[in-house]
Design a protein around this ligand. Structure first.
Ligand code: AMP
Ligand code: MG
Length: 346
């Protein structure tokens, strides 16, 4: 299949290109498009066949459900049983990087929800994503636009590398602002929330709106072999480059000295902090941002993982993130990329 790549920026929304993309969605085919989190691979969310095409293009197991993207927060009631807590969350965080799990209505095919009775709903704030959904006139089912298991794409070039030849069109909207996938929460029967995946909306921000928020074990811990995760995506190897990733934990000066020694011994890629650049040999360094700039780290993490993976490095080192604020989302992605390999440096 020939994949058409269309550059489409906020300043230059190119209504006619978006209208054509919307028609492709309506015809049952797929489009990769930018959102404020990562690039999505979208199809008509009410069409079971389109969902099958998404799983096939990504090589994704079909029990790992897709997120239904809507143009306006109130559209949720067409596809799911909404509750007062949903309305509170929508007022506070939508449009934006929050996905809410709700009981699904019959109109949503089970192939979209991986066979579950619940559906994941998100209303993206990115103008291209918003307009595409609006013009399509249907909700757009979309997971991240990467091959299954690879880091999510935060630039069109990542999507081109993974999906070129597999889908008819990629909309290039530049770099994604947040760089990590949406926060996913489930609304429980008692109105409390379970945080299934941390992202751009932090745990603290959620607690300001809903008093009781529980963090699912799988966010930070490795599940036992037979344990069933609350969010099917959590059981899969994820964000993983081909080279092994090792996370380093220890005092900053000790970790730096360990990295200096390692650079002498082997071809190691290092996802380093800006502050470390002057103290390391400038080879296979992938600066993720300032040590305390979690926002910059989130934005560049997946790009750095991809670039490190394309290099000749035999091992990839990165710092173990903190678990507060945006750090929890970074921690959650890194611990998966590293298959829970953490090395203590003392
Ligand atoms: P992706 O956008 O590629 O990260 O994929 C969507 C994510 O949403 C997956 O990790 C799923 O596990 C999660 N998800 C989608 N629908 C549901 C649902 N009904 N219940 C729990 N998690 C879900
Ligand atoms: Mg994904």
């Amino acid at each position: 299949m020939n994949t058409e790549i269309i550059s489409i920026t906020d300043k230059n929304p190119q209504e006619s290109a978006l209208a054509r993309a919307a028609r492709i969605i309506q015809s049952g085919e797929l489009i990769a498009f930018p959102t404020e989190t990562v690039y999505g691979l979208g199809g008509n969310g009410l069409d079971a066949e389109a969902a099958h095409k998404i799983y096939a293009a990504k090589g994704r197991p079909s029990d790992n459900p897709l997120i239904l993207h809507i143009a306006f927060p109130t559209d949720a009631e067409k596809y799911a049983e909404v509750s007062p807590v949903y309305t509170l969350l929508a007022k506070a965080f939508m449009p934006g990087p929050l996905t809410v799990i709700l009981p699904k209505k019959a109109i949503v095919p089970r192939s979209v929800t991986g066979g579950l009775d619940t559906v994941a709903i998100r209303c993206p704030s990115h103008p291209v994503a918003h307009r595409l959904i609006e013009l399509a006139g249907v909700p757009i089912a979309a997971p991240s636009a990467n091959l299954s298991g690879k880091p999510s794409p935060t630039e069109a070039s990542h999507v081109i590398r993974d999906l070129s030849g597999r889908i008819p069109m990629i909309l290039d909207g530049g770099s994604c602002e947040i760089g990590l996938e949406s926060t996913i929460v489930k609304i429980e029967a008692d109105g409390s929330l379970t945080l299934l995946r941390p992202g751009g909306i932090t745990y603290d921000a959620l607690c300001m709106v809903v008093p009781k928020v529980k963090v699912a074990d799988a966010v930070t811990k490795q599940l036992a072999e037979n344990e069933r995760p609350l969010s099917p995506g959590m059981k899969y190897r994820h964000y993983a480059p081909t080279a092994p990733v090792v996370l380093l934990d220890g005092a900053p000066e000790k970790v730096l000295s360990f990295l200096q020694d390692e650079q002498k011994k082997r071809a190691c890629a290092i996802l380093c902090y800006m502050e470390e650049l002057d103290f390391l040999t400038p080879r296979l360094l992938f600066p993720v941002g300032g040590r305390n700039d979690l926002k910059a780290q989130a934005q560049s993490l997946f790009r750095c993982l991809r670039e490190a993976d394309l290099s000749e490095a035999e091992i990839i080192y990165a710092h173990l993130p903190v678990q507060t604020g945006m750090g929890l989302a970074l921690y959650n992605r890194m611990i998966r990329a590293a298959a829970h390999t953490v090395q203590q440096i003392s």
